[in-house]
Design a protein around this ligand. Structure first.
Ligand code: PEP
Ligand code: MN
Length: 366
């Protein structure tokens, strides 16, 4: 698809500065909980309030949100604080009800953005409506699916779009509830350069103690905003209790964040440019070395073809990986990095060799 012409993800009455902060409870639990939380968040200078009205839960039996009866509580938040309000929509009915109730920002949750039919229905319902939409990444680490969801909305005429990074499900136990897989949002921004990127540390972390490091990392990667869960009494929350912060703790977290600029106005940019040109030269050499390595692999391929030897020799591959992982360790390079790089190189070598093996294949008739 051609490049997207997005409108800025900015709002009247909300200072246009990084980071844009959207905060509020995971779920709308009562009018009092909402208004009290909102008053405390508003006192911190936060201008956009989030709360889940309809909650898609992984397993049945958990609290699934109060649904439509909670929509007027959003209005009470607006009346009490002047904050803008945001909620999740997962189907057409949610869209209509949220718009009717005057919700200012909609978001598409991770379980919904994984489903093109659902996203398309929401997109169709939003045709001709000027409402900003935050598209969270799908639960699975699939960049194309995420981009696809954003495109479906864009093609329906929604141009105030942002991407929400809430991490990706994994089967393995990891340090976080969802794997941040930072390279996916980074690649998303390379593909859609002007899309605002909003981190959702709550759903990445799953617990309070890692929220700061994930939020700071996102700021270091030049994210535009934060959507974070905050509850007046987190331990008693009806959903996602472990990851919610009191407004006071949220204020403390935000206060500790170091917000870096993307560009520097003074002389140190020159130094960075110089260092970047050194990196470009190194990258040049790396690609040339790859080319040379593949040429040699092709030579080996010819010999293997003439002698009818299999392309893959497990022992040799084992040796390459073990040696390089050890060498990498001595040079401060992680095992994961070396393995990933050499696996990719090896795969490319095998592809080159396979091509050679399949060239000039003559069928012997004698
Ligand atoms: C939420 O924001 O409360 C939520 C359900 O998020 P996600 O879709 O990222 O799981
Ligand atoms: Mn939640």
């Amino acid at each position: 698809m051609e490049s997207m012409h997005l409108q800025p993800f900015t709002f009247e009455g909300v200072p246009n500065e990084r980071p844009l902060v959207i905060a509020g409870p995971c779920s709308a639990e009562s009018e009092a909980q909402m208004v009290e939380t909102a008053m405390q968040l508003s006192a911190l200078g936060i201008k956009i309030f989030r709360a889940g009205i309809w909650k898609p839960r992984t397993r049945p039996g958990s609290f699934e949100g109060y649904g439509s009866i909670a929509l007027p509580w959003m209005k009470s938040v607006k009346d009490a604080t002047g904050m803008l309000t945001a909620t999740e929509v997962a189907n057409v009915k949610h869209v209509y009800e949220a718009l009717k109730a005057g919700i200012d920002i909609l978001w598409i949750g991770a379980r919904t953005s994984a489903n093109p039919f659902a996203v398309q229905e929401i997109a169709d319902a939003l045709r001709g409506v000027d409402v900003p939409v935050l598209v969270k990444n799908p639960v699975n680490p699939d960049l194309e699916l995420w981009i696809g969801a954003i495109e479906r909305l864009y093609l329906a005429g929604v141009t105030r779009l942002a991407a929400g990074h809430r991490g990706f499900s994994t089967f393995e136990k990891i340090a976080y509830r969802n794997d941040p897989n930072w390279q996916i949002p980074i690649e998303l921004r390379r593909r859609i350069p002007n899309i605002p990127l909003i981190v959702d540390p709550s759903h990445i972390c799953g617990s309070r103690n890692t929220l700061f490091e994930i939020t700071q990392k996102a700021m270091d990667l030049n994210y535009d905003g934060i959507i974070i869960e905050s509850h007046i009494n987190p331990d008693a929350a009806m959903s996602d209790a472990k990851q919610q912060l009191t407004p006071k703790d949220l204020g403390e977290l935000l206060g500790r964040l170091i917000i870096r600029k993307e560009y520097i106005e003074n002389g140190s940019m020159v130094t960075i440019e110089e260092l970047r040109s050194q990196i470009d030269k190194i990258d040049d050499k790396i690609v040339e070395l790859f080319e040379k390595r593949m040429q040699i692999a092709e030579e080996i391929g010819k010999i293997k073809r003439e002698n009818n030897i299999a392309v893959l020799q497990t022992k040799r591959w084992d040796q390459i990986i073990t040696n390089r992982v050890n060498q990498g360790k001595q040079k401060g390079l992680s095992e994961h990095f070396i393995e990933t790089v050499f696996r990719a190189i090896h795969e490319e070598s095998i592809n080159h060799q396979t091509q050679i093996m399949n060239q000039n294949q003559t069928v012997k008739t004698d």
